[in-house]
Design a binder for this molecule. Sequence first.
Ligand code: NAD
Ligand code: DAU
Length: 332
Amino acid sequence: MSKILVTGGAGFIGSNFVHHLVERTDADVTVLDKLTYAASREALDVLPAERVTLVVGDIADADVVDPLVAEADAVVHFAAESHNDNSLDDPSPFVQTNLVGTFTLLEAVRRHGTRFHHVSTDEVYGDLALDDPQRFTETTPYNPSSPYSSTKAGSDLLVRAWVRSFGVAATISNCSNNYGPFQHIEKFIPRQITNVLDGRRPRLYGQGTNVRDWIHTADHSSAVLTILERGRVGETYLIGADGEESNRDVVETLLELMGQPSDAYDLVTDRPGHDLRYAIDSSKLRAELGWEPRFTDFRSGLAATIDWYRDNEAWWRPHKETVEARYAEAGQ
Ligand code: NAD
Ligand code: DAU
C-alpha cells in the first residue's frame, strides 16, 4: 500500500495514526478532514510535506471523496463526531458525519475496489455491570446507548452490509477509551488536567464510579496498522490494553501526580444515560495477528500526558473558556 487516505487525520487519534504511518511505513498519506472544532492542523504540521497532504473537505461530499478514493490503495476511516456529551445536545451532525459520511465512503470504495478499514468504538456494545466478569468480545450483541454510539453502531452495520452484499474489502476495529497528546480538552482526562493547571477542581459525573478501559493512543495506532496490513477482510477486531479504571481513581491519580490533595474534586450532574462500564477482551487481535500494547503503565502514561498539556498550553488555551462555558450550562 503506497498511497493511504486517512479520514479525520487532523483529529486526536487520526493524527497520531498519520505520525505512525510516516514513521513505520513508506506510504504517502492524504488526510481528508473537514477541520471541525475538534481538529488540529498543528498535529500534522511537523510531518514532511512530501509524505503528507491535507485536503480540507467533508466525508459526506461524494464529489470530494470519489477522486481521493480513486487514487488510494487503502482508506482508513477515523473521521467522526466523537463526543457523547455533544451528541446529547445536538445529534444531527453525528447522524450526518457518522452515518451519511461512512455511507459516502463505502460507495466510493465499492466503485473503486479499494481496501477499507473502519475505526469504531467499544461503545457500540452498550455497557457492563461493575461486577460483571464478562468483557466485550467480537460476538457481543450491539446495544448502544447514546446518539454518538448509536451512529457509530449504525456505521459498523453499514460496513458489514457492504462487505456481505457488495464484497467490499473492509475490516472493522472497536477500541476502548484513548488518552494521550492532542486530545481535545472537552474529553475527560485533558479536561481535568487543564482544570488543575488552571486552579479549578476536576469534575466527576455522578459518583465517579463509572469505569473506562484506557489505552494509549499510540497503541491504538499500532493495532489499526496491524489490522490494515494483516487483518482478515470481513473481520472485526476489538482493541484494548486491559486498562480498566474508575473515573474517580483516574482523577485521584491525576491529582496526586499534580501535587494536589487526592480528594480535591467535585461531584457534578451525571450524564443522561451514562454507560457504567466498558471492558475489552482483545484476545482475537493478540492471538491472530500477534499485536501487543506497549504503553500499559497507565500511571506513567498519565504523567507524560500531564507534562504534554503543561508544555502545550498555547494549543489548548484558546478552547478552554468555550468548553467550560458549555459544561457550566449543563451543571457539569
Ligand atoms: P476527534 O473528534 O478528535 O477527531 C475527529 C476528526 O474528524 C476531526 O479532525 C474532525 O475535523 C474530523 N471530522 C469530523 N467530521 C468530519 C467530516 N464530516 N468530514 C471530514 N472530517 C470530519 O475524534 P477521535 O477521538 O480522534 O476519534 C477518531 C475516531 O476513533 C472516531 O471514529 C471515534 O469514533 C473512534 N474512537 C475514538 C475513541 C476515543 O477514545 N477517542 C475510542 C475508540 C474509537
Ligand atoms: O469507549 C470509547 C469512547 O471513549 C469513544 O468512542 C469516544 O469517542 C470517546 O469520547 C470516549 O467516550 P466517553 O464518553 O467514555 O469519554 P469521555 O472522555 O467523554 O468521558 C470518560 C468518562 O468520564 C465517562 O464516564 C464520563 C466521565 N466524565 C467526563 C467528563 C468530560 C466525567 O466524569 N467528567 C467530565 O468532565
